[in-house]
Ligand binder design. Structure first.
Ligand code: FES
Length: 106
C-alpha cells in the first residue's frame, strides 16, 4: 500500500509501505524525522502521533482504550482524528492513506 505523509512544512512524501507493517514503522523506515517512536511501538510514548486526514477517518480502525488514554494524557493538541501511528497496521485496504505529521514537541 502507498502512504502519503504531510509534513509540518506542508510538503508531502509518498512512500510504498509493506502490508503488515505499522504506519509508524513505515515512517521511521522512510526517514520521517518527526515520528521518533521512542518506545519502539509498544503504545507507551506517544511520539508517533499523527492526524488521519478527513477522507480516511472512517476507514482506519478507531483507537482502542489504551491508545486513547495515552493520546489524551500525552498530546497537548489531541484531536478526534489523532492516532498513534504504531497502532495502525497497514494493508491494501489503506492503500492511498494520507496522514498529517505534527511538528514534534520532543
Ligand atoms: Fe511509542 Fe507509538 S511508538 S506510542
Amino acid at each position: 500500500p502507498n502512504v502519503t505523509f504531510i509534513l509540518p512544512d506542508e510538503s508531502e512524501v509518498t512512500v510504498e509501505a509493506l502490508a503488515g507493517d505499522s504506519l509508524m514503522q513505515t515512517a521511521v523506515d522512510n526517514g520521517i524525522e518527526e515520528i521518533t517512536a521512542d518506545c519502539g511501538g509498544c503504545c507507551s510514548c506517544a511520539t508517533c502521533h499523527c492526524f488521519i486526514t478527513p477522507a480516511w477517518q472512517g476507514k482506519v480502525s478507531p483507537a482502542d482504550d489504551m491508545e486513547q488514554a495515552l493520546l489524551e494524557t500525552a498530546i497537548e493538541d489531541v484531536q478526534p482524528n489523532s492516532r498513534l501511528s504504531c497502532q495502525i497496521t497497514l494493508d491494501d485496504s489503506l492503500d492511498g492513506l494520507v496522514v498529517k505529521v505534527p511538528q514534534s514537541d520532543w
